[in-house]
Structure formats: structure tokens, C-alpha cells
Design a protein around this ligand. Sequence first.
Ligand code: ATP
Ligand code: MG
Length: 786
Amino acid sequence: AAPIPADLVDGLNAPQREAVEYRGEALLIIAGAGSGKTRVLTHRIAGLIATREAWPSQILAITFTNKAAAEMRERVGHLLGEAVEGMWISTFHSACVRILRREAERFGYPQGFTIYDSADSKALCKRIVKALEAESLGVSVSHALNRISALKNELIDPDGFARQADLSNPRDALVLEIYRQYQRELHRNRAFDFDDLIAQTVWLFRAHPEIAALYQRRFRHVLVDEYQDTNHAQYALIRELTRRAEPQHVPADTRIKLDDDGSIPPASLTVVGDSDQSIYAFRGADIRNITEFERDFPGAKVVLLEQNYRSTQNILDAANAVISQNFDRREKNLFTTAGTGAKIVGYTGYSAHDEAQFVADEIHKLHDSGTSFNDIAVFYRTNAQTRALEEILIRAAVPYRLIGGTKFYERAEVKDMIAYLMSIANPADELSVRRIINSPKRGIGPATETAISNFAEANDLTFREAMARADELGLGPKVRGAIADLVAALDRAEASIDPQRNTGAASVSQMLARLVSDVRYLETLRATGNPQDDARAENVEELISVAKEFDKQHPEGNLVDFLTEVALVAAADELDYEAGAVSLMTLHTAKGLEYQAVFLTGVEEALLPHKMSADEPGGLAEERRLFYVGITRARQVLHLSLAMSRTTFGESSVAMPSRFLNDIPDGLIEWRQSPGMPGAIGGARPGAVSFGRREPVERGLPAGRGLTREFKPTRDNQRFANRVTGAVRDNSELELATGDRVKHTDFGEGTVRAVLGAGPKRIAEIDFDEVGRKKLLIKIAPLEKL
Ligand code: ATP
Ligand code: MG
């Protein structure tokens, strides 16, 4: 083969270079965070292609997230100076989906089989657990799910479990029965859950060596990043892919070089990992996959990397101090030449909101001094922590992106509910009414919809008014009845919250709950027997609890306020400012990534280490590694923050600083706390530094995106508009520039300091003469240019 082009190895240190150049069956690269493991993988792939040792299609690289896969693909393309087609760079899950879809018909599945996400799996499991009354026997839904997942990760199917379980133990017997039914249901729906994707692929390969041989022939180079977090099923998959294909299984048209006996020699395997970053034991990841690599692959080459290229010395020292408290690990000798760097900043807030405000303030400071939003990340241990963060970031006009989170407001059923509410808040909103006219299914088809629409047009009515006069359309009695029921339900809901008609008007959540039952939304979902519909029903219930929370927090709030709140949160998902967006993610998702500035939030006992970890063997050590992973994501700036009190599941409790903070030497970190807080507690060292607080973004008017779209001045609109304080406007077209004088209904006159973003998402920073600096969403702010 041709030599590896110099630009692919120049700039690598000696062991990195050795790893890129090594040619042999098995290569293991072990090294600490930020030492260039992923970079070596990338250069290695580029080297294989550049030297023509491999076609792009002969490469299978496994990364931990889709994001990492996209990045690696781009880097390889960049290194080679051209985009490369046909290379598989993907996660275990997506590689398996591709294989399963290709081979689906061979095992009786349609190519378009369904993939159940975790909510779907949970809903399915819940149904089975309920039917078996398993909970009364001590098997909860989450217990069952965890057991099933663990079994699949160990490649144990129900029959296998039946053979090894102690079935005199009623709990295990029950788990077995649930597992059987769960698999039966999945099969009946031609669906796989996440764990299945891997396990089924392995089972497929084992049952059909001739299918396995297709992939053994194809992938001549298998490379796996984050190998420390592979579980048994993933390990088995790699073993299958890198196995020798026996002559009798070799496909006829094989053009690669066969061994003398006619078999296909094993593919070359490269794995990289760091046992200190193993954070998925709870999902069956097995550190032994890395520690025993040399035993599994005799003759494997092992390369160690010791120089960290990512972080400053301060950050690295903190990380080393934290991880060195774990015993039973191989001591590493990471060093950097990046210099000492800034001190780590610690912050103690008095509440989660206060902590979030600190994060938002510091993000603005970083951004003001030139750090791109894209280069900033906020990490948290649990998804429950995002609510407070999101709320404050939205108010502070910090553009952000939730990585790996389920976008609640994008789910169809949630959008349906919002459309119902919109139809009530704004009866003239045709789009919303049409969205829900046949949801849930009530037999109103597109022809009827068109008839209503034409009738409205001809008689100068809104769509909704036309619906109310559906009797005049000459429709069949069934459809007429369905329309009348819907109109009645909407009218009733509207009347119930109108303070002019009711002294004790219903709250938003009461109205919503009643409406949902009036239109039999949940009932219809639950009746289908499809577990995905159960998950949908749960989302609808979740929206009702969002409304309840809103009612609690805003006793004076009305439907429009609620919709505004929701619209702002939902819209934030779509914000794509030119300036980029801050990334929000869990610590688990953060693995492998790096950012200029990192905010690690909720560094408290019970969160980090998480309280569940106390019951798990090795749980505490794993939490420590998780903290280590978080710290080592930061290049230059690291903030560790916590709150003194935190509300979880509606209960507020006192939080204590994480024990892990004690392991960071004093000299590396500078502590701040919320202004006006009486002394620090626990391990968080005092030393209050006060700083100015930024004004949150003011919502100009209780009217959000969507609500303000397409207003036709009809009577209905007018009524609606009057209910909202003053006039409703859509200011998206308002031209504003720095220096303009403006007038705001509430804040008076002021001067525009800056305009950020574009289109309907523009934000104006305005210095008001009376009330000072405010940030306003231009689209909905009651602003006038003077
Ligand atoms: P992690 O354990 O967090 O996954 P890693 O070992 O995979 O880290 P990389 O992400 O590959 O580390 O590298 C960390 C950073 O250091 C990257 O920005 C990378 O480009 C840079 N880097 C790695 N090696 C070198 C080098 N020889 N010269 C310059 N920069 C390097
Ligand atoms: Mg990496």
C-alpha cells in the first residue's frame, strides 16, 4: 500500500502516530480524557482510505452518539479533502437498524418495522404489568423494564431466562411471564425496542452465518470509540462482525482476497476507550470488555496516550484529583502544555432558579466577551433539572438546544391539545380547528372539511362559525352529529373559563381536563390497544399537569397566558440564531464532546452522586466517573454550580453540596454565592462575590407565536382580542435598528441598544428611560417606533 500522506500524521505525537500507522488484526488504544483517542480513530480511517488499503464501504466505525458520528464523518471528509460515500459511521443502534431493515424480510418482518422508543416500551410494559397485577406482587413497571433490558443486553431471550431463572421465586416467575408477553406484543406489532435492535442483530447473525458472512465480507475495518461502555450484546456483535467467515458461508461473488482454505479472514478491529469514563454500567456496560481485550484478541497491540490536548492544567488537575479517589483503577499520567488557565468557578445558589439565573448571566458574559453560544454547554445529571434551566434561559434570551431530550411540545398529541386550546382562545383560528376536527377520529373526512370551508367562504363566516351551521350543508346525520358534538364541546369549554359569564370561572387545567374527557381524547387512545397510544395518552396527561402547575404559579393567569408560556417554550426549540445556541444535555450525553466553556449544574448530594447510586454496587464510583466525564469536557472555562434547595416531584428539599467537591483542591476553584445569601454551607466554601443581575426578557404581551397568526377582523376575533389586555399584535415586520427611539405600552419610551436574531425570533435590547434595560421578543412586544 501507498504510504500514509504526511498531513494525516504530521502534528500527531509519537504514540498517536503509531496507532494511526499500525496494521494488524487488533489494536487497543487506552488513554484518559482529551488525549486524542477519537482523533486517532478519525486519522486512522482517513489513512486507510488515502492509502487505498480500504474502500470507504469497507469501513464500519461505531461512535457513541449520532452527533459524534456526524462529526467524525465530516472530519474524515475534511482530512481527505472530499466527502466520502458508503462509509458506515454510526452508533451501534443505527448500524443495527440498517442491518435489520436490509434483512427484515428474511425473518418475517416488514422493512418498515416500528421502533419503540422508551416511552412506547414503557407503555407496553405498563399494560402487561397491570393486566397481571404484577405490582401487588412486587414487580413494578420500571423493575420489569430494567430486568428485560438487562436480559437483552446479556443476550438472554425468554427461553434462556426460563432455563436459568429460579422460577420458584414468584418475582422471577412473574418477570419471565412479563418478558414473554412483552416480546409477543412487540412481535405482533412488528416492532423492536432499543435493546432488541442489537440483540436481534446478534441473534440473526448467529442463526444465519451466511447473512453474517455478508457483513464480515463487507466490513474489513471495524473501529469502535468509547469501547469502555459497550455491553455484552454490543461486544458480541463486534465479535460476530470480526469473525472469520467459514468457506461454506462465503458468498459466491466475493472479490476480496480469501485465505487458502477459502475462508474470509477476520476484519481488523480497533477499539479506543478509557475505563475512567465508563458510565453505563447501569445499562450493562462491562468494563471488562476493555480490560480483557488482550485476552479476547491475542496478539493485540496496545497503545497508551498521555498528553491531554483539550483542557487547561487547572481543569485537568481538578479532574485528576476527583478520579484518583476511585480505587481499583490503573493510575494515569495525563499532562498538558496548555497552561494553567482560569480558575474553576463554583457557585452556590439558594434555589434551582437562582442557579439557572447564574448560568444565564455567565453565559451572557462569555458571549459578550466573544465566546460563541455554540461553544458553551450546560450539563445536568437528570432530565428533571431542565425545566428550571429552560425557563430562565428563555427569559434571558439565551438561545439553546436540548440535546437528546424528547421534545415534548413537538409530539402530535400535544400539538393536538394545544390546537384545541387555541381554538378556544381564538375561535377564528382555522388552522387549529382543522387540526382537531377529526382528532380523535370522529368520522369527519376531508370532503366534509372542504364543504365547511366553502360554506364559510361563500357566507363570509369563519370556519368555526360555518361548523356551527353545519345543518345547512346537507350532510349525513352521523357527520352532522359529530360536528355538533365538537362545536358544543368547544363552546362549553370557552364558556367555562369566561369570567364575564361565570363568577367562579374554571382554571386552565380544569377546563383542559374537562375538554379532554368531553371529546373522549384519552378514551379513544386507550381503546386502540396500541402501546404507542398509551404513551400518547400519558403525554396528554402530562400537559394537563403542566397546566395545573401553571394554575398554581399564576392564580390570575388565563388561557392566553398559558398558551403564551407554552408557545415560548415550544418555540425555543426552533430558535436557530445566527449566533448559534448553547447545548443543554445530561452528563451521560456529554461523553466524547468538548466545549470552550462548560456549566456543570446541580453538583449536589442526591443528584451527583445520584441517590439511586447508593443502592448499586459500584454505583458511587460510577457517579464519580460521571463527574470526571463532565469536568473533562471543558477546554478553558468550567463552572460548577449547585442550589441550596431544589424542588423535585413537587417537593422542595434542602440540598447539600456534593461530596465530590471536597476532592477538588482549594487552589483550583473560586467560590461565589447568590447575593444576599447568609453564608455558605457544607463543602461549598464561602467567599461571596456579588455581581449584577441581568434583567429577564420581558414578555411584551400575553400572546405567543401562533396565537397571533393570521388575524381576520371578525367579531370573534374582536371578542378574543378584547379579552387579552388591549390589542393583539404581530410585530414581526417592525423594522428596528440600534439607536431607534421606541415606545412600549408598559415601559414607556426608550432607545434600542441592539437587535439580535432574525425574523419572528428577533429580540430587541432596549434601554427604557424609566425602567432601564429590557430584552423583548419583538414579535409580541407592544412596541411602537417613534
Ligand atoms: P474523550 O476521552 O473525551 O473522548 P479523546 O481522547 O477522544 O477524548 P479527542 O476528542 O480526540 O480526545 O481530542 C481532544 C482534543 O484534543 C480535540 O480537540 C483534538 O483535536 C485535540 N488533539 C488531540 N490530539 C492532538 C494533537 N496531536 N495535536 C493537536 N490537538 C490534538
Ligand atoms: Mg473521544
